[in-house]
Write a protein that binds this ligand. Structure first.
Ligand code: SAJ
Length: 437
């Protein structure tokens, strides 16, 4: 099929870069978002997402007219739905006494509904949002068919997961392999024709539900691998071994690649997506469920390390938390385990002043976000490294010693050199170094 115009529903971390990339490859793109603040930021030359190269890409597409933005969809050759699929904050499912989180599919539902008046014979609709198995067929298809058109007969319908890594989105959008699952072969092939306009990686065609599973399996696989690293860090504390040394040795085995322990798993993907499988089959997904519990409990484990470093007392202590983002070198604070750890410390009576170089404006309950590192450190009893930002890795302990009365450091990401901090006069504690609990 030959596509000239694409309507992108959702201008978030995936929709916006994809819209910009399609526009750069000659497509006429209408970007739609129901958040007026996003539309006005973009129209005023700004951008609401910190991602290398994205601002320039979007501004040049807007200036050339290849990209326009709007609050409502319009007719197009293809529609892509890239809206968030978080979980409900306060609603839980339960199976045999075990609680699990539930997918919030309201954005996918309303995005699908918003397309109904604009859907025409011969169109292609692609769902990109990470979704529970069978969403394309059981949720999106019936909504779109309210148009009076039949999926497969009158229009094409496919699911294609995004798999880009925040921080490297623009490169991975074009270079990564792309899986496209159609509700039938013609839909998959139509999807291939659309994505082939910018994807240089391999394009693999399959059916819609398999493509949904692929995405969930990838992130669940990573979640479980991080969970085992985190569990190993706890075992190392129990047995008095150094997890970093043990992992470095184990990873010399040709078929072993243990990931890095840390304060837990955050972001809008890996800590969320496995729940979709648990919700879809709570009677089967035992391992997936356990891994989620391990990773979700890791911020609490970091709090225990801090408590130990402060000789059992958290109440009234001043803690300088370095980093709040969900992972290194991104500005994204969503579901961040660093924030969870900081808030748990605050709940235990500590005063937390934080410095997050990529995000200085946000209000975070229980945490005082400082505009500079020096201000966060100024009155601290303990310095807690929560995110492995490049900027923090390059920190000079002697310089820190000049800006803080604290003489204790807890490294929850395993990036700092014990000897350098001890030489600068600090008592140094590191997650999984076997000395803390
Ligand atoms: N983390 C660790 N230890 C590690 C690696 C990561 O604790 O060794 C933590 C990070 O600090 C972070 C979380 O895990 O809190 C997730 O980070 P990540 O870099 O593993 O993944 P995301 O969430 O940024 O992006 C993932 C990617 N999926 C996989 O690698 C399988 C990306 O390709 C997906 O496109 C993205 O989810 C998504 O949108 O689903």
């Amino acid at each position: 099929m030959n596509f000239k115009k694409v309507c992108m529903i959702g201008l978030g971390y995936i929709g916006l870069p994809t819209a910009g990339t399609l526009a750069r490859h000659g497509m006429r793109v209408v970007g739609v978002d129901n958040n007026p603040a996003i539309i006005s930021t973009l129209l005023n030359g700004g951008i609401h997402i910190h991602e290398p190269g994205l601002g320039a890409l979007i501004q040049s597409a807007l200036q050339s007219g290849s990209l326009t933005v709007s609050a409502t969809p319009e007719e197009a050759d293809a529609f892509i739905i890239a809206v968030p699929t978080p979980f409900y904050k306060d609603q839980h499912g339960s199976y045999q006494g075990q609680a699990y989180k539930l997918a919030d599919m309201r954005a996918v539902t309303s995005a699908s509904e918003s397309l109904v008046p604009y859907l025409r014979r011969g169109n292609l609709v692609v769902l990109e949002s990470t979704s529970p198995p069978r969403t394309t067929i059981d949720l999106v298809k019936p909504i779109l068919e309210r148009s009076g058109l039949q999926a497969g007969t009158d229009f094409h319908l496919a699911y294609s997961p995004e798999r880009v890594l925040p921080g490297q989105i623009l490169r991975e959008l074009t270079e990564n392999a792309r899986v496209i699952g159609g509700i039938d072969q013609a839909s998959a092939e139509a999807g291939r024709d659309l994505y082939a306009t910018f994807v240089q990686g391999e394009i693999v065609l399959t059916d819609a539900t398999t493509a949904e599973m692929v995405k969930l399996m990838e992130n669940t696989y990573r979640d479980i691998n991080i969970a085992i690293a985190n569990e190993f860090s706890r075992l190392a504390e129990r047995f008095g071994t150094n997890i970093w040394e043990a992992i470095a040795c184990a990873n010399r085995h040709p078929r072993v690649n243990i990931l890095r322990p840390g304060p837990g798993v955050g972001g809008h993907c890996i800590g969320v997506d496995p729940w979709f499988l648990v919700e879809a089959a709570p009677d089967l997904a035992h391992l997936i469920y356990s891994a989620r519990l391990v990773n979700d409990a890791q911020p609490g484990f970091v709090v225990e390390l801090v408590r130990h470093a402060l000789q059992g007392e958290l109440a009234g202590k001043r803690i300088a938390a370095l980093g709040l983002a969900y992972k290194p070198d991104v500005d994204d604070l969503r579901e961040s385990p660093a924030i969870e750890a900081a808030q748990l410390l605050a709940k235990a009576g500590a005063y937390v002043s934080a410095y997050e170089p990529f995000n200085r404006g946000q209000v975070i309950a229980g945490v005082q976000l400082m505009p500079t590192l020096e201000q966060a450190l100024a009155e601290a009893d303990l310095v807690l490294l929560l995110v492995n930002h490049t900027q923090f890795r390059l920190i000079n302990p002697d310089l820190i010693a000049q800006h803080t009365p604290a003489r204790r450091v807890v490294d929850a990401v395993g990036s700092m050199e014990t000897a350098a901090w001890e030489a600068a006069g600090f008592q140094f504690f590191r997650l999984g170094d076997g000395k803390s609990l």
